[in-house]
Design a protein around this ligand. Structure first.
Ligand code: DLL
Length: 433
């Protein structure tokens, strides 16, 4: 299996730790010197630039949160003057101000190296034709993947998201072998391929690089059933750099973190204390090499596991396990905590259910209402009404047995729920706040 930067990606873990320590010291010093926000936080925490003597001292550093980004919107957390910034990106965010990321020339060069690593790990080579179906623009996905793919030498088709019919046309005409998109969009492309009766033999696709949102094993299986690809996952976020933080190798047993550039912690979201290896916690990242926007202990709200067990591919880096959702995705119904990802896993194991659903929360007469709308196959939808009602009850019961709270299930017509070319919106919360 190919490795882009063998020296760094297969580093002995002791050598990696000393590299991280050296880079952490420099990062803390830079934050203290160049970012007033960090200077006051570090001073308040009593950790000066000289305060980092071992990696354990990381735990003494203050956290950074999304609110800190918003409070310092747009450029307040930058550690370089604006003249040194050559690119900005932002993430939309559903509420409040967007999060803005900035990059110097050196940051862009480093970013493309990280992407070259993750696309190589997934199996992309210079012989591939890689179609980027992430949005290009303020979102980090399109431009982020693009530069690393070019670095590897793949033929890049910078299609961007949307215009699905043309997307498929180009795949056929250009002999696209690698599709790069959100899992939701890949699923939608697969659906259009099926509905338009496209001959799968006319597609040369072999590999999918999906990211920017969680993808359950069941959803991955659905994508692979529709498109002739092997799907891999990659992860990142605007606050930390964008894509390139971590990605799966061909073994598909967790996402390798680029640990020489980011320290990952997995913490109990309530106490902020580390959880044990392999236990679910909130991912927290500290950047080690970024110039424009260094981040100290950024709390991602992403719930996941981290393992340092050695991977068969030869990389020695820590791996992220399956994503379990976000702390802010979780909703509470009748006092019970519910993750949309759990609902997805249950639904997609039931025969007849299609991978399109939306969770609608409301309030009636002072009580929360909880409805799951889900598409079913054509055959089921056009069957007897009695059968449909019985099916709804069965799905509702299956969800109740796992969630411990019963949703109302509404089966909807195939193709009736909104499709997305970006990240899917699974929860519509209509409850007055
Ligand atoms: O989604 C960056 C990205 C682009 C990653 C393309 C991968 C590929 P944001 O828009 O800032 O950045 O959203 C970041 O998306 O905190 C996670 O909740 C979620 N996320 C990203 N990748 C994954 C993944 C980009 N592979 C937020 N699995 C993060 C689960 C993911 N969630």
């Amino acid at each position: 299996m190919a490795i882009w930067d063998r020296a760094k990606e297969t580093m002995d873990r002791e050598a990696l730790a000393s590299l991280q320590l050296e880079r952490l010291k420099a990062t803390v010093a830079r934050c203290h010197e160049a970012v007033p926000f960090y200077r006051s936080r570090l001073d308040a925490a009593g950790v000066g630039p000289q305060g980092i003597r071992s990696l354990d001292d990381l735990h003494r550093l203050p956290f950074t949160t999304k609110d800190d980004f918003r409070d310092n919107y747009p450029f307040g957390l930058f550690a370089v003057p604006q003249s040194a910034i050559v690119r900005v990106h932002s993430s939309s965010g559903t509420t409040g101000k967007p999060v803005v990321g900035g990059y110097t020339k050196a940051d862009l060069e480093m970013w493309s190296e990280l992407i070259a690593r993750i696309v190589t790990a997934a199996g992309v080579t210079r012989d591939d034709v890689a179609q980027v179906s992430f949005g290009y623009g303020m979102f980090t996905g399109g431009f982020g993947l693009h530069a690393g793919l070019e670095k590897v030498g793949a033929t890049v088709v910078p299609h961007s998201a949307g215009n699905t019919a043309r997307q498929i046309q180009f795949m056929q005409d250009f002999g696209t072998t690698v599709l790069i998109a959100t899992p939701s969009y890949a699923l939608y492309i697969g659906e259009v391929v099926r509905d338009q009766g496209v001959d799968l033999a006319s597609l040369k696709l072999r590999l999918g690089l999906f990211g920017a949102e969680a993808c359950s094993d069941e959803m991955r299986a659905q994508i692979e059933a529709r498109l002739p690809i092997r799907a891999t996952d990659n992860y990142g976020l605007t606050e930390v750099i964008g894509p390139g933080v971590a990605g799966e190798c061909e073994c598909r047993c967790g996402q390798h973190v680029n640990e020489d550039h980011f320290i990952v912690e997995c913490l109990d979201p309530a106490s902020g204390e580390p959880v044990g290896e392999g236990e679910i916690g909130e991912l927290v990242f500290t950047s080690l090499t970024k110039e424009a926007l260094p981040v100290l202990r950024y709390r991602t709200r992403d719930l996941c596991t981290v393992s340092t067990e050695r991977c068969e591919c030869g990389r020695t880096t820590a791996r992220l396990g399956k994503f379990r959702g976000r702390t802010d995705d979780m909703f509470i119904i009748s006092g019970v905590n519910v993750f949309p990802s759990t609902i997805e896993s249950v639904l997609l194991q039931i025969e007849g259910i299609q991978p399109h659903y939306v969770i609608v929360l409301g309030r009636e007469h002072g009580q929360d209402t909880f409805e799951v709308q889900v598409e079913v196959t054509e055959a089921l939808f056009n069957g007897w009404m009695d059968d449909l009602r019985a099916f709804e009850r069965r799905v509702s019961e299956q969800l109740r047995s796992v969630l411990l709270v019963r949703p109302k299930v509404r089966l909807v017509e195939p193709g009736s729920l909104e499709r997305t070319t970006g990240k899917a919106r699974r929860v519509v919360d209509k409850r007055p706040s």
